[in-house]
Ligand binder design. Structure first.
Ligand SMILES: C[S@@+](CC[C@H](N)C(=O)[O-])C[C@H]1O[C@@H](n2cnc3c(N)ncnc32)[C@H](O)[C@@H]1O
Length: 467
């Protein structure tokens, strides 16, 4: 470590910035976000600097003299003239200030790190002034892992610090905080449920003998398959889960993100062969949460699109278990992106409808095909492969043209994605010809003609087929 990191309280401190351009503005912005009111000196201020800082800083239109640095905690020199910058750095240092000369690490007493700012949580990354772009990249990586409410969590814990201190012995205190940050109360703060978290916290402090706090259940969308399409929140929740209950369409790559000691239960259903009945899944989630577990119920796509997430949420709420929902990229939007086919398009379709081809048992789903045929917009059918023949004839019988383009997308967003194209009148034949078994979507409408199957550029494409 070449430079020592520390966190300064800059409120009400005298901080000088020399410069009136973009570099000075960026430093001033940082300082203002830390509660400081910097003083800027420059022969000329750029309009953008003046407009943004007018009410937040003092702007003095001349170069500073030695006495202007007297008592300054920090001085930033952000001017292009190298010789003048060196001279100003010297007089600032002689006046007792710590000096930073922008882009000249050898003249700096300190460097400004890449900063992650989450309120009470601040993370600073230094590359010793030598590789600021690397610093920014590392910052982006850490940002992605850090819950957006990390600052709120620190603030929440700070509010209870005294109460915990006066209730528990030093040894118990440490155990209490370990349980807190790994446990359901912190999960509730991070989920934005501060009221519930406060109630649970008071209970935990006032009745420590009732040691088991109720856990939480996160109903999480895992997206259509490609792990890169997970939301940041889903990624973080999977990594922190004690237990994961997952469905058939959640792949190994996504499951491998879980902690190694997390329990995993497969509760997926094969068609008409329910691996675990729905009420048993719900009962299991409730029981696990009551054991104090941080449970993630992981579902393919979005949990609220043909995913029974609504029923599960109702059951959890009825049981008094804290439950939160994290959306995911649903198969329709994921497959559309992966196949290069917009679901709405100003030239072809002004609306899109998602329907399911699946109903209880072998029954046909209760769908108004006449209304759907009349719309002439994009129709996306989930779970429709087995009933494709019946779906096509219903639409044709109600007036949709036999030439209407169709695209059948199997394993959308995955490396073995298949996009099979044809017309509504031969939908079943298209499916048979490509041996499509599912998971697959039927996309019916003019936009289906646009599908080309190669637009999620980052995925391996060698196995992908478009036909
Ligand atoms: C029970 S539904 C769940 C849908 C999910 N909740 C969503 O939002 O995507 C399962 C159906 O979604 C569709 N599906 C899910 N993932 C898919 C994928 N990667 N490619 C094509 N279709 C997919 C298939 O129609 C599959 O039968």
């Amino acid at each position: 470590m070449n430079r020592f990191p520390l966190f300064l309280d800059l409120k009400d401190r005298w901080i000088v910035i020399v410069g009136g351009g973009g570099a000075a503005l960026r430093k001033a912005r940082l300082l203002v976000s830390a509660g400081a009111r910097p003083v800027l000196f420059a022969s000329v201020f750029e309009a953008a600097t003046r407009t943004e800082l007018e009410d937040r800083a003092e702007l003095i239109e001349r170069l500073p003299l030695r006495e202007d640095f007297t008592g300054a905690a920090l001085a930033f020199i952000a001017i292009d003239d190298a010789e003048e910058a060196e001279r100003l750095a010297t007089i600032a240092r002689q006046a007792g200030a710590l000096v930073n000369v922008v882009d000249r690490p050898s003249l700096c007493d300190f460097t400004t790190p890449s900063i992650i700012d989450r309120g009470q949580i601040a993370i600073a990354i230094s590359t010793d002034g030598g590789a600021p772009v690397l610093g920014r990249n590392l910052r982006a990586d850490i940002e992605a892992l850090l819950p957006s409410r990390a600052g709120e969590l620190a603030g929440f814990a700070a509010r209870y610090r005294e109460a915990v201190k006066s209730t528990f012995s030093a040894a118990d205190r440490r155990a209490f905080w370990e349980r807190f940050f790994d446990g359901p109360i912190a999960a509730r703060v991070l989920a934005g449920d501060e009221t519930g978290a406060h109630e649970a916290m008071l209970e935990a402090i006032n009745r420590p003998q009732n040691d088991t706090q109720t856990g939480v259940v996160h109903i999480v969308g895992a997206g259509p398959g490609d792990p890169e399409l997970l939301t940041l929140k889903a990624f973080r929740l999977i990594q922190r889960a004690d237990v994961i209950l997952y469905d058939r369409l959640v792949g190994d790559e996504i499951l491998s993100l879980a902690r190694r000691d997390a329990d995993r239960f497969y509760v997926g259903k094969a068609k008409s062969n329910h691996a675990v009945p729905q009420d048993e899944i719900e009962a299991r989630m409730i029981a696990l949460a009551r054991e104090g577990k941080n449970v993630v119920r992981l579902k393919g796509g979005d949990p609220f699109v043909f995913g029974r997430g609504g029923e599960e949420l109702e059951a959890l709420r009825a049981a008094g278990v804290p439950a939160y929902v994290t959306p995911g990229v649903t198969a329709a939007t994921g497959c559309a992106a992966a196949a290069g086919m917009a679901l709405t398009h100003r030239d072809y379709a002004q609306a899109v409808t998602f329907v399911t081809g699946h109903a209880k048992g072998d029954a046909d789903p209760d769908i108004d095909w006449a209304a759907l045929a009349a719309l002439k917009n994009t129709l996306v059918v989930y779970m429709g492969v087995g009933k494709a023949g019946r779906i096509a004839s219903s639409l044709l019988a109600h007036g949709r043209s036999g030439d209407t383009p169709v695209a059948v997308i199997e394993n959308g967003t995955l490396t073995n994605q298949i996009v099979a194209k044809g017309a509504l009148q031969n939908l079943e034949a298209v499916i048979d010809a490509h041996g499509i078994k599912g998971p697959a979507l039927l996309v019916i409408g003019e936009v289906a003609a646009l599908a080309d199957g190669d637009t999620l550029g980052e995925l391996a494409t060698e196995n992908r087929r478009v036909a």
